[in-house]
Design a protein around this ligand. Structure first.
Ligand code: ATR
Length: 292
């Protein structure tokens, strides 16, 4: 059962996910379970939306509306309807989390990059042990992003903001070049990155779809290249353990799963929605049965 209709009252806050299609989204399961666990008078629905601008006009005008998540194909169009946008989300050019303030204004965030970058930072902290929580272990690192699509942009901007030196490698070199220029980094082709190792201990983030189900025997970076990386992250989560991550593990790198990004981006949305400190690892009972 997604939510209990009998508990919905005139003052119940209404959240939701907008998309087209949207029925497959597991977000309502996650957020309704989270709201229930802290006794919040709130409900989270699927919103099948065609005309994004019309939706936000209505949504900002009704007091029960409190915030929504945004998925394909609306992550970019929705930007135009916001009153305020988080600076990095603006640079990335995509939002996935919208908060409606009590005065009706809409503020947007991109929690995808926060989820991925924080997972990678924690992976590196485990490696270095002593990094103070305030300093980013990404500062000064050579950070190689494979792919230059939506996820590639999120990772490249996020890493650059943390002081990493960013390299973008992409099948279509022009897209790599464009993104690299924007984040003050270097561009490579997918062929060039196979033999790119100016130093040891680099950080790798795959955002291409190479290795995704059903083509699970593919990998975007050959195994011989992986020994120059201290950490490998894969944004793919079907399968959870991609060939890239398996081979990186065999080479001795720390690995960070795409599911970690998925969980953490949801936790960030929850924090923005509720103003509560957020779900933690203790929320396993919430995420445990649901998505991952
Ligand atoms: P997302 O929003 O998930 O990042 P996207 O914007 O469609 O999705 O981007 C997909 C990325 O995977 C792109 O970097 C794409 O490379 P191109 O820019 O050359 O299209 C990359 N990609 C997809 N299929 C690929 C393949 N078979 N080999 C190499 N790269 C591939």
């Amino acid at each position: 059962e997604l939510y209990n209709f009998r508990l919905i009252r005139p003052d119940t806050k209404v959240y939701g996910i907008i998309g087209k299609p949207v029925g497959h989204s597991k977000s309502p399961l996650l957020f309704n379970a989270a709201f229930k666990s802290v006794g919040l008078n709130a409900v989270y629905l699927h919103f099948l939306v065609d005309d994004v601008e019309k939706f936000f006009k209505t949504y900002s005008a009704v007091d029960f509306a409190s915030g929504c998540s945004c998925t394909i194909p609306h992550k970019e169009v929705a930007l135009k309807c916001m009153d305020e946008i988080d600076p990095i989300a603006k640079k990335i050019g995509a939002i996935n989390n919208i908060v409606r303030r009590p005065d009706g204004t809409l503020t947007a965030f991109n929690t995808d990059y926060i989820g991925a970058i924080s997972a990678i930072e924690d992976g590196l902290r485990g490696l270095n042990g002593a990094t103070p929580a305030t300093a980013s272990p990404l500062a000064g690192k050579l950070f190689v992003v494979l792919g230059a699509g939506g996820a590639g942009k999120s990772l490249a901007y996020g890493a650059a903001q943390k002081g990493a030196r960013v390299v973008v490698a992409n099948r279509t070199f022009e897209r790599a070049k464009e993104l690299a220029e924007k984040v003050g980094g270097k561009a490579l082709t997918l062929e060039e990155v196979q033999n790119f190792h100016p130093e040891e201990g680099m950080v790798l983030a795959n955002t291409t779809s190479v290795g995704m189900k059903p083509k699970i025997d593919e990998t975007p970076l050959a195994k011989h290249a992986l020994k120059h990386y201290c950490l490998a992250f894969d944004a793919i989560y079907t399968p959870k353990d991609t060939r890239l991550l398996k081979e990186a593990r065999e080479t001795g790198a720390v690995i960070v799963y795409g599911t970690e990004m998925l969980i953490r981006q949801g936790f960030e949305q929850y924090k923005n929605f509720t103003g509560l400190p957020g779900m933690t690892r203790n929320s396993k009972q919430i995420t445990g049965n649901i998505i991952f």
